[in-house]
Design a protein. Sequence first.
Length: 448
Amino acid sequence: DPLPLLVGTSDPVKGADRNPNDADELVHRREQHFASVQEHYYRHPPRIERGWQHTMIDVDARCYLDMVNNVTSLGHAHPGVERAAARQLRRLNTNSRFNYGAVVEYSTRLSELLPALLDTVFLVNSGSEAVDLALRIALATTGRPDVLAVAEAYHGWTFASDAVSTSIADNPNALETRPDWVHTVDAPNAYRGRYRGPDVGRYADDAVETIHRLAAEGRPPAAFIAEAYYGNAGGMALPDGYLDKVYAAVREHGGLAIADEVQVGYGRLGEWFWGFEQQGVVPDIVTVAKAIGNGHPLGAVITSREVAERYRNQGYFFSSAGGSPVSSAVGLAVLDALRDEKLQQNARDVGRHLKERLTQLAERHELIGAVHGSGLYLGVELVRDRETREPATRETTAICERMLELGVIIQPTGDRQCVLKTKPPLCLDRESADYFVDALDHVLSTGY
Ligand code: PMP
């Protein structure tokens, strides 16, 4: 049943069927058996057990506004997803090399969303796997070992996707463990990087220079991989024309352009379905995951038939569970719901409203240095000093703690952990967006 949004309150009715000892028992078992490997930014993290739309619900039936779950494009517990998964579970669950039905239908629908040249879909389980496969395809089809990535980026936790992830925040060992086939260019951060204002075009010039230098040294990259929005900065647009210039240089030397759309693609940006559209480019390979399965394990690599055929002759691909008939059925249900519930438009409208309100908030609170992003992919950058842009790292964590007390889950991001990364389910409504801004206003006004 739909649960109402009960921000920051305990709902006695919803909690009535639960023995309070169960919650304790769950906590105990989590400590004993669940491998939670990353340090958390909360001192007292919420203990989430359920979700509904853009609400998460803890073991004590307390509700929170979910401002972090970009994995659920449609929102938690979507009935259409549930129905589609159940129907497909009754028909066929497993993958084989001979599958028809949902797998073919989903690959077709997915490819139809992309520019005509990108017509061939590999289905996998996650974003990390998609990035690994994209890199394998690039390496195998070009016969080269080197890859160019953007500094401070995150592309996943599997071996190759981790190698091209140089964000210290997501992977504290990133620099020490980076293999020598990974080369990086500066993060094109127009707010706090080395080039700002009218100079931001120079990020692309530097990247082009790096590609020419690598080629001259006999190591032209097999691929250039980047998000079309700078995700680790909380969702900052790349400088205009950045990807166009860098793609041209990598292709000039026979390499491929990979767009990682795991986080930004699928309507989150509001105005565009894909991040690369905003840059006016067409990549050779696109990786997607997260939103496409609404939290269900599903990822994809989309490329041209020509590249896919070359890979068929030179590489290997078979995933036992990736893009199973059930995942594909879920993927189809997500596409139907995005269309029927007009969620891309919602991301645009609510996102615009949210950005406007956050920008107004910045007029009253010095701590807000900038509001980045588009649609429902926004970054609120917190600084101690607007001139020096000194990162307000400690303050950001403290603010997240206070927001939690007010029933909002929000996450610090970036290598300096001073950006509130705002990436809720795409069904977020205006009232909840307003609640988020009011809560932030309250915290900034009353102390943290
Ligand atoms: N690429 C990007 C841009 C991501 O943001 C992420 C996840 N945060 C990944 C890849 C990895 O996806 P997953 O967690 O599904 O493996």
